[in-house]
Design a protein around this ligand. Structure first.
Ligand SMILES: Nc1nc2c(ncn2[C@@H]2O[C@H](COP(=O)(O)OP(=O)(O)O)[C@@H](O)[C@H]2O)c(=O)[nH]1
Ligand SMILES: [Mg+2]
Length: 243
């Protein structure tokens, strides 16, 4: 399987070099690279994020529309053709060495492998209270409204490219992660959770560590869940492509 990596990054100059470098350094059993392409989407960083990412071996795209989902969409559009996409954050919260476990889950037949932070070990400070609370609420809602047990909306995840194409991802902001999970349920895709460990991030949180970010993320997640429930499965996903 060829693998492309998507990393949304906003002012992550102190972390992004290690994030990209660690992914680029991963080797499979044949000593070949595990990841074939790494695209960092920078939308509006005022620091050296783009330069550090490029030096470490990533390609950069810039997106003028702010937001986590916009950044992911722009990076996806720039990615070379690959069999599967790995999403990770640019803040050093996740361990690159755990990426092969997410990718193995795809090789074993899953369409979508979500890295669950609640099933893994968390360093002190790795998850804020608002993240833990928001995840718990979202997990209950997904179980009640869509009938699937989930433990996390973790952003560290891998998905097969044809499955991703079916989901017609669109959320420009913080609803992105839950949109993917809920649409995957609606499309009847096979989703598995893989425990991942979480470190305390390098640098300042842009989302859950600020009041504005936490409220925005909470509202974005809840409104996405409500919207997808109201629209129903037919409207939410594309039919599989003809072979
Ligand atoms: N491109 C882009 N990246 C963002 C934006 N907001 C957050 N990020 C990135 O998304 C990832 C997760 O954000 P983070 O601040 O760690 O959120 P937290 O883990 O909820 O505290 C990091 O790589 C951020 O740099 C945004 O508006 N645009
Ligand atoms: Mg983070």
């Amino acid at each position: 399987m060829t693998i492309g990596v998507v990393i949304p990054a906003l002012d992550e100059e102190s972390a992004i070099g290690s994030v990209v470098g660690d992914l680029r350094a991963l080797r499979n059993a044949d000593d070949g690279p595990v990841v074939d392409d790494v695209v960092v989407c920078d939308n509006g960083s005022t620091d050296q994020t783009a330069r550090r990412a490029t030096e470490a071996g990533a390609r950069i795209v810039r997106e003028s529309r702010a937001g986590y989902g916009s950044a992911c969409l722009a990076a996806l559009a720039a990615l070379r053709p690959v069999d599967a996409v790995l999403f990770t954050d640019g803040d050093h919260a996740f361990h690159a060495c755990e990426a092969p476990r997410l990718l193995d889950a795809l090789a074993d037949g899953a369409d979508l492998a979500i890295g669950s932070r609640t099933l893994g070990c968390r360093e002190p400070g790795a998850l804020t209270r608002s993240q833990t609370f928001g995840n718990a609420v979202a997990a209950v809602l997904i179980r009640l409204l869509f009938g699937q047990r989930v433990t996390d909306l973790g952003p560290y995840r891998a998905i097969r490219t044809p499955a991703l194409a079916r989901l017609d991802m669109a959320d420009p902001a913080f609803g992105w992660t839950v949109e993917m999970q809920v649409k995957a349920i609606q499309a009847g895709l096979t989703t598995v959770e893989v425990p991942v460990d979480t470190r305390a991030r390098i640098g300042e949180s842009k989302i859950s560590g600020t009041l504005r970010g936490a409220v925005g993320a909470g509202a974005g997640i809840l409104s996405t869940i409500a919207r997808l429930r109201l629209r129903g499965p037919q409207a939410a996903v594309r039919a599989p492509e003809e072979p």
